[in-house]
Design a protein around this ligand. Sequence first.
Ligand SMILES: Cc1ncc(COP(=O)(O)O)c(C=O)c1O
Length: 425
Amino acid sequence: MMPTPFNRIPAERVRESNPSIWVELSALASEYNAVNLGQGFPDGPAPRFVTDELKKIAKHPELTCAHQYTSGYGHPKLVKELSKWYSYLYQQQVNPKTNILVTVGAYHALYYSFHAWINEGDEVIIIEPAFDCYAPQIKLAGGVPVSIVMNFPDGGTNASQFTVDFEKMESSITEKTKMIVINNPHNPTGKLFNRMELLKIADIAQKYDLIVVADEVYEFHCWGVNKMIRFASLPGMWNRTISIGSAGKVFSITGWKLGWAIGPDHLLAPLKAIHQNCIYACSTPTQLAVAMAFEKEWETFHVKPHKSYLGGYLPEKLEIKRKKLQKMLVNAGFAPISPQAGYFMLANYTHLNTGFRISEGFEELDDYSFTKWLCREKKLAVIPFTAFFANIEDKMRNTSFVRFCFFKKDRTLNDAKKIMKKLSK
Ligand SMILES: Cc1ncc(COP(=O)(O)O)c(C=O)c1O
């Protein structure tokens, strides 16, 4: 039979959708075989104490609890571990059965949070620059993202200089505002919000009865004197916060795509209602292996934190790599903004004396042109800063920076250094 013409069009909600920056630039980086300081994943070996757990699981095909469907909201062993860890970290009893939902990475937990709470026309405050999936996910749920762009002084050199205008935030609240999204430690700036800033957000949330989605995937990625304050641990905030975490970031295994949402029963129940008919349960072996890794880590983290992965190895490695990249950038003529936490560093590229020229009349943001030029001509992949803003006016004001990921193995950083040395004429 001859096929009849296919004339259907996709649903309204996906019509606006364009390839995300990760899809576009990952393809470019692999096409040009570029040294990749773009996407936020460590390219060195995953921690052996974590992968060993998966190895043990693979050796036991007879274990139903490791290879068959597990409890829908999270493997019993993983939710038990998460409850132990987060009860301690939030100083708040986290019930393994009701206060945790295990998801396919933090992306998925964010998606559920918006879809479970946002109705058509509800407004959600986002602090920009912001992780680029927030606005599209909010729109998919029918919501309206409202951007509050952080201030940063000209010539600033530290991520702590990114500041939120709280009066502006408060004045942007309408009767439709339902939620604030905060990301701490912050991607892409590397800012770590301090107690005073977080308390201001908490005040606003209380005053206007808002839900707070606290994306804290880099919660263990703070070095030196920089101390992470988890939003749910602030007075009165447990009750209105959905905290989001990622095993991929905690244990440097981003490809495992395992995350969680944690919060009070009344906030999580609607997320679970979607989850049960969406994927029902996440992959069992990875949940079990992550649970065992958390279990192993617990004792060391408390008794000898500097010998533990999360209290010692991870922050120390991050700081060493942060310093290394920062030095390379300065030597190459970039003006970096020193991060306080996380995987990323922003740097102003506009004073470099390279062969890069902005093409007049070319309808592309300068940082995109620079990023593409750097990837094609110099084989170095980074991310344009404007990818982290939703509105074109804010993008246009922020075209002087690109984002580097420094959590890369030494060989990658050294390869990048060779390229950077030859960048300036
Ligand atoms: C701020 C932020 N939130 C969420 C995610 C997504 O995490 P996952 O890989 O666990 O889905 C990322 C990943 O880079 C991120 O940077």
